[in-house]
Design a protein around this ligand. Sequence first.
Ligand code: HEM
Length: 396
Amino acid sequence: MVAPSKANLEDFFKPFHHFGGGWNPEEQVLPPQQEEEQTPGAQVNEPRGSYTGGAYGVGAPPPPPQAPGAAKKGADASAGYNKPGEGVNKGEGLVVGFYDKSCPAAERIVREWLQKVLKSNPYATANIIRLAFHDCAVGGCDASILLDAVAQGDKVEKGSIFNGVSLKGADLIDDLKMRFEEECPQTVSCADAIAFSANEAMAMSTGVRQRPLAGRRDSVNSLATAADQNLASPTATVDQMSEIFRKLGFNAEEMVVLLGAHSIGTAHCDLFMDRVYNFRNTQKPDPVLPLPYVDQLKGICTDPGTPQFRNPPVNFDETPYALDNLYFRNLVQNKSLLLSDSSLLGDARTGPTVRQMADDDMLFRKRFAELFARLTSFNVLTGNNGEVRRTCRSTN
Ligand code: HEM
């Protein structure tokens, strides 16, 4: 069996060259995906393995993207936590309804667009939520991640080892931006296009709906080295991740809640193969992983060699379209794909929150929605700073 080396991690992350809310100001907890139209078809977005990998395999019949059971309980999820607006990332200058006059259909456009996209790509919500994190964590939510090139000629964020081929969703934002341009030319920024679609993706996958804050403007810079410094690898330790989140204004508890995003979407086998086959060069699996789980993963992440199966994506949990607490419930049983996620359970700073979230799905969804709104308001450009790009791939 071949375990991933740093070299093939780098290979996996190698860059693409051709790229194909505020703090709950008006939060409502709604049953997710009420419109029949929103249920996507059974197709998944390829290239992905065509295996049928059981509950975790992408080839398994996709469950609907609804978040079942959302909005049933009404606990005050924010009790005991930071009040909105505390911390360093206050999102000054952003308002709800920023486009109410200049582009009144903006939020509706996003909703209808995403409903349509989900029919052919039920992982679009996951793609977009990760894209938003990777944009915001690197210098702020300014759409710097979408630039294909910058005037200075530096390597852009898309070229970072942490983005590259694993970054999905940039093309989706191109498409959304085109809709905005048709409806209200040169009005809605690419940074708001990311934030609006991420907010909608969050609403559709958690069932917690809140109007997005808006007024972000787009940066004219993008640097791969900044992404290298502000994103983390799948083997990151709690210390390394905490440092990243500290810079974003989040404490350890908040970091754990946000990492609950790994309840949706997939991770590729290459990124955790060593945990399954050759943990720390022992030729054995990571001892914390339950053996039936190891066997299940071996069934999906087969020995590299057959090109089709070389590096399939694997669903993080059995409900890959629902941003629910199953990720945490699996984690307390030591079932996780990434070593970075696995490290959360045993650490005194993060373990208690893992257990708390595993115990209360509604609390998790509500907390996630609050914190995600803060994350997507981090270090924004507003007013006359930056620009509103005409196309998201290049500066004006
Ligand atoms: C700093 C700690 C984090 C690390 C080390 C990390 C690492 C990863 C890795 C390795 C993958 C799999 C990529 C692939 O195989 O294609 C992934 C996927 C994902 N991550 Fe994270 N992540 C972190 C934080 C976050 C945060 C804070 C969010 C959102 C709030 C997030 C959202 C996602 C989502 C939604 C996916 C699935 C993407 C898809 O299926 O398209 N991650 N992450």
